[in-house]
Design a protein around this ligand. Structure first.
Ligand code: GDP
Length: 440
């Protein structure tokens, strides 16, 4: 990490174009946040050496990604589990303030918007079941302002009825996407396990539930329509993950980022997707900086850099449910103190300075030197020449590891009950699993 300055060769267009292409190939379609058209545009600007157009295209991409509104309509008859599904998608407990009201009685007669305080651009719309309104499908969609939504989710706790099939046909005519979600699957599994233990076979039961829905849709001339079996109480099970992947794939690329961050951290796959999306954003920022100007590679972090890093970490912790408010809720649920919970995590300590004679900037530099010594070749890509991007990636990886650890929180706190054992606080591991003592 010596003192040097990037030269024009550092920002060589052809090489950047090549590394951009290579970098984006690391991601699956559903987690790609830049459209193919935009990628081609950026590449051709780079190849032509038109750095100004490169920067303005990237700026536009970043603006679109950050400001894209997302409106999701969820429709279904009362009692089907629609409110519970909406709450589960928003990561809101059924009894929390602001939760969609759940219960056995009819609670929704007009469309109701639900927002998330972390994601003001995303709105989940609770639509009354079409049967409740007595409208024909076309009229129903007009009344519900169908043009406002990116896609529709049609929920049912049994096979889909004719009204829902008519609705889906009308949605399709209006050139919008729809998805059938069959809720309360855990209940079917439980009932069958208890009532017919001798013939109980979970996979067969799930297949039967799916076939049952598909046959009914086929009879109504709807073919090749995927059905997603979901339990709002066990989101990590059944088809929820497949539903997420399908929704993401079918959204325009620039809307995927916000939806990935919005989706709850219930599986490793969801956490990895969030990480991939954020890595692309860090990369776009790095590419922009690379194309913008000659960037001095000085041996310190400016106050601005430290501020940006603080903001980045706060954002990452919030996206992955590791902000202070979320950790307090987790600690409460686990009946452990927040201090004990934090002692098992690394991300809350990333910005704390332990030594009296060390500034935060110094500590981050020390951290950076360690990462570079572990991951060695990264700097050779020519893009991560700014320390800030290295550190943003490091923060992201740290937060991701904490988020994955929290997936196993019950296990961890059961094992460590009464002991002061900490799991992650002590080491930094490189991609090959080699570990280094950490002072953070
Ligand atoms: P809504 O009227 O369609 O909004 O349905 P609610 O979300 O209020 O759910 C109706 C009832 O079904 C409530 O008692 C919920 O607790 C229950 N419920 C909802 N979703 C599920 C689920 O995925 N599994 C199980 N077992 N029960 C559910």
């Amino acid at each position: 990490m010596g003192q040097s300055t990037s030269t024009t060769s550092d920002t060589d267009g052809g090489r950047l174009a090549l590394s951009f292409d290579k970098f984006l190939k690391n991601f699956k379609l559903e987690s790609t946040i830049v459209s193919q058209d935009t990628v081609r545009k950026i590449q051709s600007h780079l190849e032509e050496g038109d750095l100004q157009s490169t920067v303005s295209t990237i700026n536009k991409v970043l603006r679109d990604i950050d400001s894209a509104p997302l409106n999701i309509a969820v429709t279904g008859e009362s009692g089907t589990g629609k409110s519970s599904f909406i709450n589960a998608l928003r990561g809101v407990g059924q009894e929390e303030e602001g939760a969609a009201e759940t219960g056995p009685v009819e609670t929704t007669v007009v469309r109701t918007p639900y927002k998330h305080k972390k994601f003001p651009n995303v709105t989940l719309w609770d639509l009354p079941g079409m049967g409740t309104t007595k409208f024909q499908a076309h009229r129903y969609l007009q009344e519900m302002k169908f043009g406002d939504y990116d896609f529709f989710i049609i929920v049912s706790a049994t096979r889909f009825k004719d009204t829902e099939v008519h609705l889906a046909t009308a949605i399709r005519k209006m050139k919008k996407n729809f998805y059938f979600v069959r809720t309360k699957v855990d209940s079917d599994v439980y009932n069958q396990r208890v009532s017919k233990p001798s013939i109980f076979n979970k996979d067969e039961l799930l297949q039967k539930l799916r076939d049952d829905c598909v046959t009914h849709l086929k009879n109504a001339n709807m073919r090749n329509i995927p059905i997603f079996l979901v339990s709002s109480f066990e989101l990590a099970s059944y088809d929820f993950q497949r539903l997420e992947t399908t929704l993401l794939k079918e959204l325009p690329a620039h809307k995927r980022h916000i939806f990935m961050q919005y989706l709850p951290n219930v599986t490793e796959a969801a956490i990895d997707r969030k990480r991939d999306s954020l890595k692309q954003k860090v990369w776009l920022e790095a590419l922009k900086a690379g194309a913008s100007a000659t960037i001095p590679l000085v041996g310190y972090l400016s106050e601005n850099d430290v501020e940006t890093l603080k903001e980045t970490l706060t954002l990452y912790r919030s996206y992955f449910g590791l902000d202070d408010a979320s950790l307090e809720t987790v600690a409460k649920d686990l009946h452990v103190s927040v201090e004990k919970l934090k002692a098992n995590l690394m991300s809350p300590h990333l910005l704390s300075v332990e030594k009296d004679d060390e500034s935060l900037g110094d500590k981050l530099l020390r951290c950076l030197e360690k990462i570079c010594s572990i991951s060695g070749g990264l700097i050779a890509t020519g893009l991560y020449f700014r320390k800030i991007f290295y550190l943003q990636n490091y923060f992201l990886d740290t937060v991701v590891r904490d988020a994955k650890l929290l997936l196993k929180k019950e296990e961890i706190f059961k094992d460590s009950e009464g002991s002061e054992q900490t799991y992650m606080h002590q080491e930094v591991r490189d991609e090959n699993g080699k570990s280094e003592a950490s002072s953070s």
